[in-house]
Design a protein around this ligand. Structure first.
Ligand SMILES: Nc1ncnc2c1ncn2[C@@H]1O[C@H](COP(=O)(O)OP(=O)(O)O)[C@@H](O)[C@H]1O
Ligand SMILES: [Mg+2]
Length: 361
């Protein structure tokens, strides 16, 4: 088979989504054979057989991330963009959300409690002492502390006072942490966004045990409910267009009728039928199959077929030289080519791993 003619899925421990995705793509068309990605020898600048690869695992396997960048350079549309995914993290996401006009909790970035390997106190000479009183006053209590880059509810803490916060911080080692306002919510939703256009809003109750989190309904109903859903959809699209994700989930906590984005850096979101439920699963399989087929059809051989968010596109565009009036010189090639106080609550880990336009100020 010639290069770039298949649709592949690269995955780890998950068992239900990959096979359902492959089966659905093959049911829907026969131009691009869908299969589990098969990797043999990875050689620089040698194209793969895949027009599209859905990546569900490279966050845990650096070898795959390097393989995918090479694949992207040689024409494969990798979902999600491996370059952007490597660069992105939750603190940047929050900052971008502010600029996009999407509400997020008040958030501060904390330096890691422990020094990274091979550094000394000299490596931190640019860093002033933390003004903890100022931070506690600004964020308030309760507060959440969680890794700036992470997922699966790992090392997520809810703290009620400074003492709990410091004890939790002591446990975080070399992790860079976000410290943020806890949103006391009436509704909570988790939303898939696929292909930058298909949005599924799933009521979600994070306080339920894992297997019952999706067994939830929106409390707000009627016109207020419709308006809320429309706002959520708008925010989901704004965030994913800004960041450039093809396959992502966004969580919102709703406070006083306002959806506040909590977690929207999930480029390999849980899509297991046993956790999301059959109806949500079927939606994801269908939307992912449609997106992959569409991307395979649009892929241009040997070119960059990745999605880049408006943040990156606008940054690059703003640096492009102004177009020359007369093309006398040969044109540049365009191609790129404790004490006894209760301990902080460590939120239970999930079973699954998982520029914008300048906004109005
Ligand atoms: N600021 C917050 N306010 C209220 N709940 C939060 C907040 N941050 C996190 N949570 C709760 O903790 C859970 C895990 O945090 P999240 O940011 O989603 O991390 P992860 O990427 O590990 O899933 C969320 O699903 C939510 O229930
Ligand atoms: Mg989450």
């Amino acid at each position: 088979m010639s290069s770039n003619s298949k649709i592949g899925i690269l995955f780890g421990q998950e068992n239900t989504f990959p096979q359902a995705f492959v089966d659905r793509v093959n049911e829907k068309q026969s131009q691009f054979l869908a299969e589990f990605v098969s990797i043999d020898q990875v050689e620089q600048s040698v194209p793969t057989d895949y027009a599209v690869i859905i990546d569900r695992i490279s966050q845990d396997v650096p070898f795959y991330k390097a393989f995918l960048k090479n694949a992207a350079l040689t024409g494969t549309a990798v979902v999600n963009n491996p370059f952007w995914w490597s660069a992105d993290e939750k603190f940047f996401n929050n900052a971008l959300a502010v600029q996009l006009g999407v509400p997020v909790p008040k958030t501060i970035l904390l330096p890691s409690k422990d020094q990274p390997d091979d550094t000394s106190h000299n490596s931190f000479r640019n860093l002033k002492h933390m003004n903890w009183d100022g931070i506690f006053n600004h964020i308030g209590f309760p507060a959440f502390m969680k890794p700036h880059s992470g997922g699966g509810w790992k090392s997520v803490y809810k703290v009620d006072n400074p003492d709990q916060m410091f004890r939790a911080y002591d446990e975080t080692g070399q992790l860079v942490m976000l410290y943020q306002e806890a949103i006391d919510f009436t509704d909570y939703v988790r939303c898939y966004c696929i292909g930058g256009k298909d949005v599924l809003i799933m009521p979600y109750e994070p306080r339920n045990p894992h297997h019952l989190r999706y067994a939830s309904e929106l409390k707000v109903t009627g016109d207020a409910g419709k308006k809320l859903l429309a706002t959520i959809k708008d925010y989901v699209l704004k965030l994913n267009h800004g960041l450039g994700y093809d396959f992502n989930t966004v969580e919102f906590a709703v406070r006083d009728g306002i959806p506040i984005a909590i977690d929207f850096c999930n480029p390999a979101p849980d899509a297991d039928v046993h956790s999301v439920g059959q109806a949500n699963f079927d939606w994801v399989v269908e939307a992912a199959a449609n997106m992959a087929i569409d991307r395979a059809k649009k892929a241009r051989k040997g070119q960059d077929n990745l999605t880049w968010g408006t943040f990156v596109r606008n940054s690059v565009a703003s640096q492009a030289p102004a177009p020359e009036k007369e093309a006398k010189a040969p044109k540049a090639e365009k191609e790129l080519t404790s004490e006894k106080a209760p301990k902080a609550e460590k939120v239970k880990e999930d079973a699954k791993a998982e520029k914008p336009k300048k906004s109005k100020k």
